[in-house]
Design a protein around this ligand. Structure first.
Ligand code: ASP
Length: 314
């Protein structure tokens, strides 16, 4: 068995072979999702609970659809209006849910590390759907699958990750994954949005976008995460767009067949020009969404297999 994890808390703990195992299975699910009969029974009889303590549209919908296509009983907890607001701690919420015997818990939380903490308290598989600035593993996996399908490989590529790196769990998970798979990663951001110590990850750092995009195979844009900023990070959105917004002129610095990615939601005219985002010859943003469902199906399937094996062995 190549995939040995009990939870999917981040990319950090994954072996490159485990990443490949998820992507290979996701290819099968991508084909299933394009067929007329989109159902499998991989999670039949199992209960999946989605707990989103932070707003999400696409990730929550994607996990819900993935679980339903695999035959699980899927429940969405409205955490914004739950007893958490009445003062219940994260651990109490987790223990309450645990008593309902879920098999898969999908959790998004605004605090880095909260999902790992929760995973220690429950006896089901936990998937991190984004925790603070820490990790967003299924996003990096769906990005990897999209890149592998478009470029025919997931190694020795030059990938420029651009924009609000400092607040981005997407950047962090991608940086780790792309590094593990032996790609050349460049981080492009103004100094105020570049976290300290990034060079430890073995990537190159640029504050000039044209230089950072030079000969890149993949241009990955990030959303300016205004909700995580308390002011002073950028002079103005207009100035930011001028220097770091992806437009045709800056994209021309990358390879002629470079693909453009964005995890969504997008701020058009702030980090990316709307025409580039909609250009089906360059932008793979819709394919990223499509691969998101497939990758989440694969990750939940593999975790469920390990869960069942552990329960049978107990
Ligand atoms: N949807 C991604 C996340 O949850 C990216 C973003 O919000 O900018 O991190």
């Amino acid at each position: 068995m190549t995939f040995t994890q009990r939870h999917l808390l981040g990319i950090e703990p994954l072996h490159p072979m485990e990443i490949t195992a998820i992507l290979d299975l996701a290819e099968d699910y991508a084909a299933l999702n394009r067929s007329d009969r989109k159902h499998s029974e991989a999670l039949k009889g199992l209960t999946q609970i989605n707990m989103f303590f932070e707003n999400s549209t696409r990730t929550q919908a994607s996990f819900e659809l993935a679980g339903k296509r695999l035959g699980a009983d899927v429940m969405n907890m409205a955490m914004q209006t739950s007893s958490v607001k009445k003062g219940e701690t994260l651990i109490d919420t987790a223990l309450t849910l645990n008593a309902m015997h879920p098999d898969l818990l999908v959790v998004r939380h605004p605090s880095s590390g909260a999902v790992n903490l929760l995973a220690e308290k429950v006896n089901c598989a936990v998937l991190n759907a984004g925790d603070g600035r820490h990790e967003h593993p299924t996003q990096a996996l769906l990005d990897a699958l999209t890149i592998r399908r478009k470029k025919g490989r997931l190694h020795r590529l030059t990938v420029a990750i651009c924009g609000d790196i400092a607040h981005s769990r997407v950047a962090r998970s991608n940086l780790i994954l792309l590094g593990k798979m032996e790609n050349r990663v460049r981080l492009v951001a103004p100094p105020t949005l570049m976290p300290a110590g990034v060079s430890e990850f073995g990537c190159e750092v640029f504050d000039d976008m044209r230089a950072g995009l030079q000969d890149a195979d993949v241009v990955m844009m990030l959303r300016l995460q205004k909700e995580r900023m308390d002011g002073g990070f950028i002079p103005s959105e207009r100035e930011y767009y001028h220097r770091y917004g992806l437009d045709a002129e800056k994209l021309a610095c990358a390879k002629p067949d470079a693909i453009v990615m964005h995890p969504g939601p997008m701020n058009r005219g702030v980090e990316i020009d709307g025409t580039i985002a909609d250009d089906i010859n360059r932008s793979v943003i819709q394919e990223q969404v499509e691969m998101g469902v497939a990758v989440r199906m694969a990750a939940m399937d593999l975790l469920a297999r390990n869960l069942k094996a552990a329960r049978n062995a107990a």
